[in-house]
Ligand binder design. Sequence first.
Ligand SMILES: *[C@@H]1O[C@H](CO)[C@@H](O)[C@H](O)[C@H]1NC(C)=O
Length: 349
Amino acid sequence: MSPTPILLLLLVLFLSFFFSLIVSEQNGEFETLNTKFNPKLPLPPLKTLSSSKRYEGSSDLVKLKYHMGPVLSSPINIYLIWYGNWPKPHKSLIKDFLNSISDTTVPHPSVSDWWRTVTLYTDQTGANISKTVSIAGEYSDYRYSLGKRLTRLSIQDVIATAVRSKPFPVDHRKGIYLVLTADDVTMDEYCRAVCGFHYFTFPSKVGYTLPYAWVGNSGTQCPEVCAYPFAVPSYMAGGGPGKLSPPNGNVGVDGMVSVIAHELAELSSNPLVNAWYAGEDPTAPTEIGDLCEGLYGTGGGGGYIGEVMKDKSGKTFNVNGIRDKKFLVQWVWSNVLNACAGPNAVDLN
Ligand SMILES: *[C@@H]1O[C@H](CO)[C@@H](O)[C@H](O)[C@H]1NC(C)=O
């Protein structure tokens, strides 16, 4: 056995500890529910050490458990809610990513190869998460009907507004609702601790229990937090690896794609927050995306994103999508490999 993995692990634990000290000083208290954290502002204090995120992982340290709840095993219908001013090319890029999830004709490593890891999760009846994911409807709230400062709760009003407007349906069997906010919309804890989150709506707000996710465009507010590694914090600019070139030339939107991927993986494996997660506390579950935060390729961890690809013009990516698009999406935890997994993995032996 090579000693390298152990050295790496020690390095990662050391770095996680080091960063957790910095962050606990800066951030104080914040809510951790189903949240994508920025890899560079890692995690609530204490949780960092116990959950050992952001590295290729060791099955000894990660105890992902199934808590008997449902997963999204029927073909998944995504209802998109574009909140605020969304230029058409930006929408089209995000839709290309979503429409790539089920397209198995795209050359390897593809977005659908990436989704394959997610489909390995099952519910108690043995039903796998669906391979089929499609956009079933779109709604544009271009007038910012609830203003430019949203909260975790007012996101549910955004969804309520959308489902009340025809022809946008309430699809409580197969629907998930994805609220994407424009770059001038703020959100509780956004940029400080969260880049996206998922949860489910309350019947008192929306009339139904609908799994949903929110992801914001961080392009003008905090790309170095939520669109890393396409922007890097100033404290890293000197020493570190420097920022990478986004695959489609848009820091904010390319950065959103990976956050959307993270939230979709978690929404599918833990839609009602009672299925797949690690940790004992259901109010702060560590889910299949959290476990691989900031990791995009083989060898990643402790601030290094891992081995990814570059095209001729230096744009960074790790998966292919439809219409010749390329994307950089974080890896997700595989219950079969007991490690983070992605289709661009390379054999180091
Ligand atoms: C369903 O999940 C199981 C267990 O992870 C896996 O072995 C199997 O290949 C999956 N089936 C499909 C059709 O993906």
